[in-house]
Each structure stands twice: as C-alpha cells, then as structure tokens.
Design a protein around this ligand. Structure first.
Ligand SMILES: [Zn+2]
Length: 236
C-alpha cells in the first residue's frame, strides 16, 4: 500500500519516492506520497513529479483499492525510477484552511443549535455543508459567521492522533460524528481534534490551529428539503 505521508505531516510539500507501477488509465503508483487523493469531501492535490531531468504535472490523484494513483500529463517515469514530488502548496494550504473552517462550522452549529451535519464538499477557499435545520434560525448567516470567527480568533490548537477502535466508539463526540460507520476492518481511527470545539474521525489535511484559517463568511443558505439546509461558505 502507498504510504500516505500527509497523514503524519500535512505541511510536507515535497518528498522522494519510487515508482512501483504504471497504468494507462490510473497513472503512476508510488511507494509513498504526500499528494492527497480525492476523498472525504476534500479534492485531490496537484503538483509535479521530477526524475532524471524530466518532469510532468500531476493533474489528478485518486485512491483505487487502497493505493494512491497519480495521473500525470505527459510521458511517465518507468517502474523503479526514483522521483521527487512537489505539491502545488498554494492550493493545498487553501484546502487545509477550508477543511478546517468546515470543522469549526460543525462544532459551532452543534454547540449553539444541536444540529448535525449531513454532508459537505469543498474547493479551495469555498465549500458547502448541509445541516439538519428546519427552519434556519433568524439571522443565521450573520450569527454563525460571528461564532466561527470568534473560534478562529481564539486560535485553538488542532491535534491529530490515532485511537483504538473500541476507544473511539466509546467517545460521545466521535459517535455524534458517526465514527461507527467506519468499516470494522479499520482498527485504528485517525482523529482530528480542534481542542475544546470539535472532534471527528477524519483522513484529511488540516491547519495547525484555527487562527491559520483566515476570515470566514457565509455566502448563501438554501433549503434542500425538510430538515436539510445547505450553507455555502467562503474563506478570505
Ligand atoms: Zn477534516
């Protein structure tokens, strides 16, 4: 299985690896990577692979059967080649800020209104999340923006660690965020904890503290049916 370097260090921008397989459709398989593959609502990274004086842009990264495949533009390095990988850091860091903002939003909405999130997706600096509101509270966009920005100003640390499955299932915060839906085969659960605000089982990349997110704003709210309200956000 590809070693996922971003799980231990979300700030790792470049790395060395070895090509372990090639596929016309999937692209280049590496023994280790810091490229994040699309999943959990977070889009894939982009960047570049370099080897033996050649280079090729990485245009898509995805997981197939637990392996991380890098689709590149141009001719590929052959199997066994040592490559240097480098992320498009601007894009990745924007995604880390956006992803973290969405956790803050979940925590704030749970604490203030007791409503759970039902889904979400993000792009660099924008995102949407659906919550079980019916209807939305008065002045919702303004109130939630103030609450989220207050948590950003508090500069809460964000810790990432692994918990044994049984321990994770005994944690009320993790149960609320549906840790029980993770397949039984996963025995170690990766937890992302915005200390004192929001704790979730999560495989994505996040910033180190809430202060790094920037400014948060709700740009639009929409009803997606009874008990389902969509909140669109922007980070600046
Ligand atoms: Zn996350």
């Amino acid at each position: 299985m590809t070693e996922r370097l971003y799980l231990d260090d979300a700030y790792l921008r470049s790395f060395t690896a070895t090509v372990t397989a090639l596929d016309d459709e999937r692209g280049v398989l590496l023994d280790r990577t810091s490229f994040y593959p699309t999943g959990g609502g977070q889009p894939h990274d982009t960047g570049v692979l370099r080897w033996d004086g050649a280079e090729a842009p990485v245009v898509e990264v995805r997981t197939v059967d637990g392996e991380v495949w890098h689709r590149i533009d141009g001719s590929a390095p052959s199997a066994g080649t040592a490559v240097d990988g480098e992320l498009d850091w601007d894009r990745r860091h924007q995604l880390m800020r956006t992803h973290t903002a969405m956790h803050i939003l979940c925590g704030v909405i749970w604490n203030e209104w007791g409503k759970a999130v039902t889904g979400g997706n993000m792009e660099p600096l924008t995102g949407r999340m659906d919550f079980e509101f019916d209807p939305l509270p008065d002045e919702f966009a303004l109130r939630v923006s103030q609450l989220v920005n207050a948590e950003i100003d508090a500069d809460r640390p964000i810790e990432v660690f692994e918990l044994a499955r049984a321990e994770a299932l005994a944690d009320d915060d993790l149960i609320r965020t549906k840790v029980n839906l993770i397949p039984d085969s996963v025995t170690e659960i990766r937890v992302v904890d915005i200390v004192g605000l929001d704790k979730q089982a999560d495989g994505g990349t996040h910033v180190r503290s809430t202060g790094e997110v920037g400014r948060f704003e709700v740009t639009k709210t929409e009803s997606k049916g009874k008990g389902n309200k969509r909140v669109r956000i922007r980070i600046t």
